[in-house]
Design a protein around this ligand. Structure first.
Ligand code: DC
Length: 436
């Protein structure tokens, strides 16, 4: 799993300096995406390529090699093997880069290149469209801003240190022009990404900004660490098997005392192939009932909050319950589910999403249908009947497996997803009403 910090904002807000400091502090790979646009600009200037010469631009994009490294805290940029660290900061490149970066063809290619540079790594990436286009799902999104005069003063100082000759007026004009271009771009325009933290650095020292961003990073890292523990599957050791067998037996007897269980047509669960058991959700006890009374080992999918309770977290890891984040597409959860099905396991899902979801008018979730279509496994609908009052009867009514193999497994995102979800839910509802 990679960790991505996206820093966006106009020129001169301190993105580069901060990315450098934070990269060192948190051991992140520092990717300056502005430098990639500057490299393409330099290459176009070197080869005299016009802004509208799509063919030649395509050729450059196909062969260009951009490498970035950090030597003793100083960024080094290689363009096709040549060290262009200084050249790409020069006047000519600075005056043309904004226009070059407005070309869609270039943006598409460089966004892809930037994603590739980050692949599998923990990175801090700075630019204009990182949180909006390149990594809209970044772990952290920061938008730095500052008054334009202050930004020009900072750039002047930076240039003087690097020995780059440009007057304050020239820099100010250049920044203003680039701001305008960056914000009005048709593709990849500079804007605050949804969910980004905006920091106005005009009256802040670098140290202060660093501390503010560090607080955000620390909090996120802590959260990620906790999540990693929740999502980790406990190795299937003999001890774990014993724990599971003992707990299952204990809960089973407790359950038998508390409720009078009746299982109807349980043989509908296939024993020799993966499947998804989908039931209506009345009470917390219904998932427990299905798990402890079933001949097959069912891995239920449960909301992440459940894992916050130490005891339930332990039980959930013994039974390999799969956590899911509410209200968003949880890709980690989906990956774990698909892997389990490919592994021949049985999943348990409540498509209603929440207890008594149908009655509450909640939108039925189509995750089960998606996975069934995608992996071509059958769905066993179950109608749970009962009110779960102590010493009353609970019926688990298993229906015939539903087969969705005829639906296109490559493209389950269309109407057939809704159709399959409806079929699953209709069967569940029918089974909840059916008398033996
Ligand atoms: O950050 P910088 O000044 O080195 O960026 C150079 C130019 O590249 C800038 O005018 C905007 C553009 N750019 C962009 O369009 N998208 C990015 N992700 C990064 C930079």
């Amino acid at each position: 799993m990679s960790f991505i910090v996206a820093i966006d904002g106009p020129a001169g807000t301190g993105k580069g300096t901060l990315a450098g400091i934070l990269a060192k502090k948190y051991n992140l790979v520092n990717i300056d995406t502005g430098a990639t646009y500057r490299c393409v600009t330099l290459e176009m200037l070197n080869k005299n390529i016009k802004l509208d010469d799509e063919e030649k631009i395509a050729q450059i994009l196909k062969t260009i090699k951009i490498e970035m490294s950090n030597e003793n805290g100083k960024q080094k940029v290689l363009l096709n093997g040549e060290d262009v660290t200084e050249k790409i900061r020069g006047k000519e490149v600075s005056e043309n880069v904004s226009q070059v970066s407005s070309i869609k063809q270039i943006r598409l290619a460089l966004s892809g290149l930037q994603r590739k540079m980050a692949q599998g790594k923990d990175v801090i990436m700075e630019g204009r469209d990182i949180g909006t286009v390149v990594f809209p799902t970044a772990d952290i999104k920061i938008y730095l801003d500052a008054d334009v005069e202050e930004r020009a003063r900072r750039r002047l100082k930076q240039n003087e240190e690097k020995g780059i000759q440009m007057s304050y007026e020239e820099i100010l004009e250049n920044i203003k022009m680039r701001d305008k271009n960056d914000k009005e771009k048709e593709f990849g325009a500079l804007k605050v990404a949804p969910g980004a933290t905006v920091i106005d650095t005009t009256n802040m020292t670098i140290k202060q900004v660093e501390q503010e961003i560090s607080k955000i990073i620390d909090k996120k890292l802590k959260q990620k660490k906790k999540e990693a523990k929740i999502y980790a599957v406990r190795p299937e050791t003999t001890w774990k098997k014993i724990e599971r067998a003992v707990i299952k037996k204990l809960i089973y007897w407790f359950y038998r005392i508390l409720f009078r269980i009746e299982k109807i047509n349980e043989e509908n669960i296939p024993l020799d192939e993966p499947c998804i058991v989908c039931a209506n959700h009345i009470n917390y006890w219904d998932a427990v009932g299905l798990v402890v009374t079933s001949k097959r080992r069912i891995r239920f999918i449960a909301k992440e909050d459940l894992f916050n309770n130490g005891f339930l977290n332990w039980i959930a890891h013994v039974f390999d319950v799969i956590p899911i984040k509410r209200g968003m597409r949880d890709l980690d959860s989906m990956k774990t589910c698909l892997k389990a099905l490919k592994n021949g396991e049985t999943l348990g899902i409540f498509p209603e999403g929440t207890r008594k979801g149908l009655a509450k008018g909640a939108k039925v979730q189509n995750g089960a249908a998606y996975m069934a279509i995608k992996t071509k496994v059958k769905v066993v609908p179950v109608g749970i009947q009962g009110n779960f009052k102590p010493f009353t009867k609970v019926k688990l009514n298993y229906g015939k497996p539903l087969d969705f193999t005829k639906l296109d497994s490559k493209n389950p995102e269309k109407d057939n997803l809704e159709q399959a979800t409806k079929e699953i839910m209709d069967n569940i509802v029918m089974l909840t009403k059916q008398e033996k």
